[in-house]
Design a protein around this ligand. Structure first.
Ligand SMILES: Cc1ncc(COP(=O)(O)O)c(C=O)c1O
Length: 498
């Protein structure tokens, strides 16, 4: 049974009630027929309010009596119900079986990828890899990789700043804006990146996107021909795999070791690749930090070959061991690095704000791509975010979250030591909101995450992140969105899945 909906459908929004055809049928019957069909087809859902008789009569330009008669008939047949004060609505008691499949609301709290159905021609570019890698997405629970601590977000401050902009919105936040983004926000983010990430940039180089994934997609659009080869970390971020597959390029999976991407191997595998997509500050998924030597090797290779480096710096605000790291872009003197960042981890993912720092030589190309593809971030959010940064709330929030995540990270490491001492070899745990570890080779990580999902624990298997023939078995465990007790309990349960 579907639940009630409180909003009344405006009579002007109803798809046209066809009163002109079907000859001699009295009008009230045609109205009633239209409603019956709409309910059975799922256009109107159980519990949904319908227009008042007066409004519908006015809209259809018929007498109110006709509409009243139709409504009475539908009430008598059980399609409608009325109650004092709530007006008339589609009966909540209509069983789902009487409705056609389109009428069933497919409600689930988690996003689901629809099945492919083969009808008509579609370009195969964006078919995602199917299958078991997605098991871990089925739960929002303790060890889920991705979400930050949204329960800790300073909602009161955010609401105050939103209200400030909503109460009297200036014209510039209501109309089409600069395709590259709202200048006060670009200025604030450029200043933040210069001071906290040593990114060499001016506000004019910032392009605001709807997150890092959209930024990676824009980079691929601007930089690649389908015949190009591109280095990817092996194992690497699935979002980048998707983008590169969609661009039709040849992906060169360059192994990652304790120092990060093995640049010498990359040069042997494909010396003239067009670009490298990497996560040097906190390698996804292994969590390794790229060494200074490798950084210099990579920058030198890119300069010599006029190759691009796309630096995905998705969660480097949260570093718990060692000194804060300079971005790769900050070390680059040849303008080969395109820096990508996001507020999904440091703020919250639904904000959908990310950014690209464009080298000067690519600004026109990125501008044109943005105009062609659309997809700008709403100016209102950029304006609110600019204030959030300028008034010091962003820095404060990051400081608080860094401490919180550090406690959670330690709780996770302790729980691993206690419950999985000889099963799980932690690889990278110095930064970010997740850590990775290897399992003994005879343990099937996909089977483990499938069993864990059945117990409502969300752990990511490591092997699907390899493109090559030698995937390692392991798990990626998140500690962003659960408290220390929840983390301990989840690891204790995870033990039984191994
Ligand atoms: C390595 C990496 N890059 C990019 C992203 C995408 O972030 P966004 O939410 O900004 O699209 C993520 C998200 O978790 C990520 O882990």
């Amino acid at each position: 049974m579907t639940t009630s909906r409180q909003t009344r459908v405006s009579s002007t929004f109803l798809s046209p009630v066809d009163l002109d055809s079907s000859g001699d049928e009295p009008i009230y019957r045609r109205i009633a027929d239209w409603y019956r069909k709409s309910i059975v087809n799922g256009l109107l859902r159980p519990g949904q309010k319908v227009p008042s008789t007066r409004a519908l009569a006015q809209e259809l330009k018929v007498s109110r009596i006709s509409v009243l008669n139709a409504y009475e008939q539908l009430c008598a047949e059980g399609y409608f119900e009325t109650s004092v004060g709530a007006g008339t609505r589609v009966a909540r008691s209509i069983p789902d079986e009487t409705l056609t499949p389109t009428a069933e609301t497919r409600r689930t709290s988690l996003p689901r990828r629809p099945e492919h159905r083969s009808s008509g021609h579609i370009a195969p570019r964006t078919h995602l890899r199917r299958g078991h890698a997605w098991i871990w997405l089925k739960s929002t629970r303790a060890l889920r990789v991705g979400p930050p601590a949204v329960r800790e977000f300073p909602n009161a401050v955010w609401t105050r700043l939103m209200n400030k902009h909503l109460r009297k919105p200036p014209r510039e936040i209501m109309i089409y804006g600069d395709p590259l983004g709202y200048m006060p926000f670009r200025e604030a983010i450029a200043e933040y990146l210069r001071t906290s990430r040593a990114v060499r940039c001016e506000a004019s180089q910032i392009l605001v996107t709807t997150g890092a994934q959209a930024a990676l997609q824009l980079c691929a659009h601007v930089l690649f021909h389908p015949s190009d080869s591109v280095w990817m970390e092996e194992p690497g971020y699935f979002g980048a795999h998707f983008v590169l597959k969609a661009a039709g390029v040849r992906i060169i999976p360059v192994p990652v070791d304790q120092e990060g991407l093995d640049v010498a191997r990359g040069m042997r595998m494909s010396p003239t690749a067009r670009a490298a997509f990497i996560t040097p500050s906190h390698q996804f998924p292994l969590g390794i930090t790229m060494s200074a030597t490798r950084r210099m090797q990579l920058l030198n290779w890119a300069a010599r070959n006029e190759a691009w480096i796309v630096e995905d710096d998705y969660d480097s605000e949260f570093r718990f061991e060692g000194r804060p790291l300079v971005s790769l872009q900050g070390l680059d003197v040849n303008d080969r690095v395109i820096y990508v960042g996001t507020l999904s981890k440091s703020m919250f993912p639904a904000l959908r704000i990310g950014y690209i720092v464009m080298p000067d030589s690519l600004q026109a190309a990125f501008y044109d791509a943005r105009v062609t593809l659309g997809g700008a971030t709403p100016t209102l959010y950029q304006a609110v975010m600019a204030d959030f940064i300028r008034e010091g709330h962003f820095a404060r929030h990051i400081r608080r979250m860094r401490m919180l995540y550090d406690h959670r990270r330690r709780a996770l490491i302790d729980a691993i030591r206690e419950y999985l001492p000889d099963k799980f070899e932690v690889v990278g745990a110095a930064a970010g909101l997740q850590l990775a570890g290897f399992l003994p080779p005879d343990i099937d990580d996909v089977a483990v995450s499938t069993r864990a999902a059945a117990m409502d624990i969300s752990v990511m298997p490591l092997s699907p992140f390899y493109l090559g023939r030698h995937p390692r078995s392991g798990l990626v465990l998140g500690y962003g969105c659960a408290d220390e007790q929840e983390i301990r309990d989840a690891v204790r349960k995870l033990k039984t899945c191994l």
